[in-house]
Design a protein around this ligand. Structure first.
Ligand code: SAH
Length: 345
């Protein structure tokens, strides 16, 4: 049997062509697109302004990707909601909703598992299964917006997976997510976080997007970065910083550097001084994250005083820096933990 067309991954233009080829009028595409991307329905039967005959035809040749909620954990501390969703092939992904004063922010996964191998991360322990389709990335947001009955205003691609290792699907996802005919999330409210796949950073800079790019830096020297992140063996720290500079020049956007503080590994004053040196003159912001310990590894968090001292040091050296609020500490905080718990049963 031929695979069904994944209509949630199609642009409005593509949908028009598709419907016309089925012998339908182009305006049906606009109606269909609105059911899928604005009203966020989960079945063809809910598309009540489409003739029943068309709905039947669509059911036969097209699929409507809808994730199934398998688990939900709600933080008693701050209301953060962590969702576990099943995909149609039975794989599972995690997504997180965080409520901020400026709006609802959803953190999505871009792959099932990950092959980047960062030493402190739970998502990569079992390797990569596959990349998510654009529709599977979108539907994490659609299901959460439907569940809470409130608009999602910010999206961060910082869950499981390396988004730039699923590049074409990521770009298509961003276009659909920020489409004025769809959910219409502002490009400026979309952040993509990468471990630093250098050629794809140059590509992303040329997509003519106004999204925020975040680089997981986590070290102030090539040697220390190599210890924490295998990707550093492919691309040297200076190469990746050069690519980030190019991103700033090409897009005019301020970039973010994520720096997870690991006790006794990358959190000394000397690290802060070297980090400030690396970032000097670059339009950027540093986000400090106290590492979230996973039981498979022995890394520990820097103590709070050390985190504050590290921040102060960077500030004194003229670097824009914030400490990431640790939301949802009581609900399997670190990336990939909820999915792993379910995999192990
Ligand atoms: N692959 C992408 C996005 C997913 S990881 C990337 O590497 O950026 C999202 C962020 O969480 C990254 O900065 C990652 O390094 C960090 N991270 C992963 N596990 C962590 C942990 N246990 N504690 C703190 N930060 C972690």
């Amino acid at each position: 049997m031929e695979a069904k067309t994944d209509i949630k991954s199609m642009t409005l233009e593509e949908l028009k062509d598709c419907l016309v080829s089925m012998g339908e009028k182009p305006f049906r595409a606009k109606q269909l697109y609105e059911w899928v991307h604005v009203r966020l329905v989960s079945s063809f039967d809910e598309m009540t302004n489409l003739p029943k005959s068309l709905r039947e035809k669509l059911k036969e040749s097209c699929s409507l990707t809808v994730l199934t909620q398998e688990d939900l954990q709600i933080s008693k501390i701050d209301g953060t909601r962590k969702y576990l969703f099943a995909l149609s092939d039975g794989n599972m992904v995690e997504s997180v909703l965080m409520k901020y004063e400026h709006g609802n922010s959803v953190c999505i996964s871009s792959q099932v598992g990950c092959r980047m191998g960062c030493r402190f991360c739970a998502s990569t322990l079992d390797g990569l299964v596959r990349g998510l389709t654009p529709s599977e990335m979108l539907d994490q947001i659609y299901r959460i917006q439907t569940d809470i009955g409130e608009r999602v205003s910010n999206v961060v691609v910082m869950g499981t997976g390396e988004p730039l290792d699923n590049y074409d699907n990521l770009i298509r996802f961003i276009h659909l997510l920020t489409d004025p005919n769809g959910l219409n999330i502002s490009q400026r409210n979309v952040t993509v976080s990468t471990c630093g796949i250098v050629p794809r950073i140059y590509d992303l800079a040329r997509e003519d997007l106004q999204i925020t790019l975040a680089l997981s830096l986590h070290a102030s020297t090539q040697e220390k970065r190599q210890e924490l992140m295998p990707i550093a063996n492919r691309y040297d720290i200076h190469e990746v910083l050069k690519a980030m500079k190019d991103y700033v020049n090409a897009t005019g956007r301020r970039v973010t550097f994520e720096y997870s503080l690991v006790g006794g590994v990358n959190d000394t004053d000397e690290d802060a001084v070297r980090l400030a040196g690396l970032l000097k003159g670059l339009l950027c912001h540093v986000n400090l994250i106290p590492v979230n310990p996973i039981k498979e590894r022995s890394y520990v968090q820097s103590n709070h005083r050390r985190v504050l001292a590290f921040q102060k040091k960077l500030e004194n050296l003229g670097i824009n820096v914030t400490i990431r609020r640790e939301l949802g500490r009581d609900i399997d905080g670190a990336c990939g933990q909820l999915r792993r718990r379910h995999l192990r049963g």
